[in-house]
Design a binder for this molecule. Sequence first.
Ligand code: NAP
Length: 364
Amino acid sequence: MKLFLFGATGWIGKQVLEVLGKIASEYQVFALTANRKEDRLLKILKKWKAKYGVVTGKKTGKYRELFYGTEKIPDLIEESDVILFACAGTSLARYLFYALEKNKKILLSNKEIIVSFGEIMSQKYIKKILPIDSEHSSLFQLLKKFKFSEIKKVAITASGGPFFRRKSLKRITIKQALKHPVWRMGKKITIDSATMMNKSLEIIEAHYLFKIPPSKIDVIVHPQSIVHSLVFTNDDTVFANMFYPDMKYPILYALGFPERKPNNFRKIDFENLKMNFYTLNRKENKAIDMGYFSIENKKGYPAVLNFANEEAVKFFLKGKIKFNQIIPLVEKTINSYKPFKVKTLDDIYGIEKWTRNKIREFVK
Ligand SMILES: NC(=O)c1ccc[n+]([C@@H]2O[C@H](COP(=O)([O-])OP(=O)(O)OC[C@H]3O[C@@H](n4cnc5c(N)ncnc54)[C@H](OP(=O)(O)O)[C@@H]3O)[C@@H](O)[C@H]2O)c1
């Protein structure tokens, strides 16, 4: 099967290629993208003998074996069997829609696209997506076992990040915020884990992927990140899905679906297992509260939340704002937004433009 891997130079891209090399050998790496890291992309292209490499963040052209810009992407999607979206951000969202239209098998780790565009994605499309985000892969696996009417609620877990219940966030440095206690990830998602915005986006993602109302999605803080999601059935039985915090588990599950493949990943050592859980009230955490608010109200709010957060994180990583300004800045942007019924891709792109401009105005 021909695989088109978006975001091959990122952390998830790296994990995908490792899984492919060791286990899922039925895949042929056909095409790869990076945003700008073309030398790294070229190395990966050669190592995996991929046919095409695309540097999406550069102006159209061709240099060495690589295509620049996005012009070539639709043709490559048509030639591929499976599309794996592990690129960050939403700039390539229209190609996810294109691949969905072309009925391709879609594996998705990118949560920003679901959060921002979920409001205009039909169920027909959503059902074609196999999630790779760990909590959603976990929920996908559990929910298959029950009728919708049997489910009382679900919960996704959060590690809590490096600053869970820390009283003052005043002096957090970029270096401290980029040090996640459990997961290794790209920079943006690591900051999102530290602010808990990652979980906020995941509540929205779970809502769109599984059609679960916000009132039936809980967040439980579980610092060890071994349980990834829970399903509570009507008879108050709780089903949990467990694996060590290693993205190779959900990646392999999605690549192998519907089969389950044996692997050499770290196995749970029950003799030495220590797990803690803390329930989290949305009022305790502004980022989480904004996630619930966004899906309760829709009308573009989830998109604003995502774009405002992306922009605020960029400002933080550039040293222009402090860590404890990220969430208030997102909140201020949400509060200035005038909601409307979004219907098209262009509506979302319009919201993106408005949001990024607004937040730049605030930071000036
Ligand atoms: N890391 C995790 O454990 C994890 C878990 C669940 C979900 N996710 C999601 O998976 C996605 C990737 O995360 P990651 O941790 O692998 O991020 P990452 O290490 O920062 O890698 C991001 C990848 O996307 C490319 N990229 C960056 N900005 C882009 C843009 N504007 N347009 C197109 N491509 C762009 C990068 O290319 P360059 O290298 O050229 O910049 C790179 O290949 C994110 O949506 C994240 O939320 C990640």
